[in-house]
Design a protein around this ligand. Structure first.
Ligand SMILES: Nc1nc2c(ncn2[C@@H]2O[C@H](COP(=O)(O)OP(=O)(O)O)[C@@H](O)[C@H]2O)c(=O)[nH]1
Ligand SMILES: *[C@@H]1O[C@H](CO)[C@@H](O)[C@H](O)[C@H]1NC(C)=O
Ligand SMILES: [Mg+2]
Length: 400
């Protein structure tokens, strides 16, 4: 009798265990994103249709998701993607960034990731990145006209500028590719074929660090709070790289008063009501922003006007001051957001959240002493002041 009960119990437990195993396997395989085996094995990805000549995708496209199913139990998936401009040689540096973005945020949300390059991505780049990303990766090659000198640029004049900047040891001053990169990030990344599929982007560069958990959907936060652009670090631009950027901006303001928003952030950019630029800018290697804004008539007119003036090549205008001036003048000030709770590093600056409770709640591993926000070379105090925001508790202890 006793041994009969034990056998019966063993049978029941065995069945429950078996069912649990089957359930576990089926549920974990359906939540894993689809990645074709040939990508993981390193076979080159071929473009599917003639229209997609310069781009290739792995797995499903956003539209295949059939009207954006929930990313989490508590909200709809946003029409959003990560975006990274990179060279094949950046693979291990970008792998490090992706790992951190996944661990701290995206493993819960599975957003797509668009990679852009002026050359074709190689098999190693694709298989390593695809293996790390929990959403769907896409790989695009940038059309020549978005990564070259426009017709109106005087090549001799541009070359002399580079030689002069090399002598003056201005960072990236002699680089042609860096200038193409800055112009591309200023005027073209959001117009790439793959990016047209999305409304929101989150820019990620190689070798960044994320030091805290991000426990909510930052894209949804942007939409729900009517934000269009965001930052974690701000600072003063190196004047030598943008001597006439503000003159060009003033010319644009004069030609297009209709694009200058009434309640803008001019106070962040200028200390004299717009006469001169104080060189404050949001650091654009981190950005979460709205692509439809960058594709708007206002932003397009701004970029076209700057591009005509030639400063991407006759000086060395960075995409950070360009995006920042646009956000400062074309958006209402409440449309720009500072993410105190996204802890971030890009050489050589750290944003570590002010406030011990925040750091502990979010499992942060950054040293609060490294926080750049309240130091003399940061413009973040100014952002708080023009928006009438109270600085987070504890900022006074981080000013030097
Ligand atoms: N495809 C491609 N990407 C580039 C090139 N130069 C820079 N990048 C990317 O552009 C971004 C900014 O470049 P980075 O070297 O990090 O500049 P820094 O952060 O200003 O020092 C990074 O995502 C780089 O991977 C280039 O020539 N080709
Ligand atoms: C996502 O946004 C893009 C750009 O605004 C739009 O064209 C596309 O229809 C949107 N997709 C979905 C599924 O809402
Ligand atoms: Mg960088």
């Amino acid at each position: 009798m006793a041994s009969g009960t034990a056998r019966y119990l063993r049978y029941v437990l065995f069945t429950i265990f078996g069912l649990a195993v089957v359930y576990f396997i089926s549920s974990s395989s359906s939540s894993r994103p689809f990645v074709p085996a040939d990508i993981l094995n390193g076979a080159p990805v071929k473009a599917g249709t003639p229209a997609a000549d310069t781009t290739s995708s792995v797995g499903v496209t956003p539209s295949d998701l059939g009207g954006l199913p929930p990313a989490t139990a508590d909200g709809p998936r946003m029409n959003a993607t990560f975006v990274t401009l990179a060279r094949n040689s950046d693979i291990w540096e970008i792998a490090r960034s992706i790992r951190q973005v996944e661990d701290r945020f995206n493993r819960k949300y599975h957003y797509d990731w668009v990679f852009l390059n002026d050359k074709p991505f190689d098999a190693t780049f694709k298989k390593v990145t695809a293996s790390l990303i929990s959403g769907t990766p896409h790989y695009g090659e940038i059309p020549k006209e978005h990564w070259s000198f426009p017709e109106h640029i005087d090549q001799d004049k541009a070359r002399k500028v580079r030689e002069d900047m090399a002598q003056r040891k201005i960072i990236y001053g002699d680089s042609v590719s860096y200038r193409h990169m800055c112009r591309f990030e200023s005027g073209f990344f959001f117009r790439q074929e793959l990016m047209l599929n999305y409304e929101w982007y989150w820019r990620v560069e190689p070798s960044i660090e994320l030091y805290c958990d991000i426990d909510y959907d930052a894209f949804k936060f942007m939409a729900d709070n009517k934000k269009k652009y965001s930052f974690v670090l701000s600072l003063y631009e190196y004047v030598e790289t943008i001597p006439t950027l503000w003159d060009s901006t003033k010319k644009f303001m004069k030609n297009h008063p209709e694009h200058i928003v009434e309640d803008n952030s001019m106070g962040f950019l200028s200390d004299d009501g717009g006469d001169s630029y104080n060189h404050c800018h949001f650091w654009s290697n981190f950005e979460i922003g709205n692509l439809d804004w960058l594709r708007s008539q206002a932003y397009t007119d701004f970029f076209e006007s700057l591009d005509q003036d030639g400063g991407f090549f006759y000086e060395r205008w960075g995409d950070a001051p360009v995006h920042s001036i646009a956000a400062g003048l074309l958006l209402k000030k409440e449309e720009v957001h500072f993410f105190n709770d996204i802890a971030y590093y890009h050489v050589p600056f750290t944003h570590c959240p002010t406030g011990e409770k925040t750091r502990l709640d979010l499992k942060c591993h950054c040293n609060p002493k490294d926080n750049f926000d309240w130091k003399g070379y940061s413009c973040t105090s100014r952002f708080f002041e023009i928006n009438g925001m109270d600085k987070p508790e504890g900022y006074e202890n981080q000013q030097d």
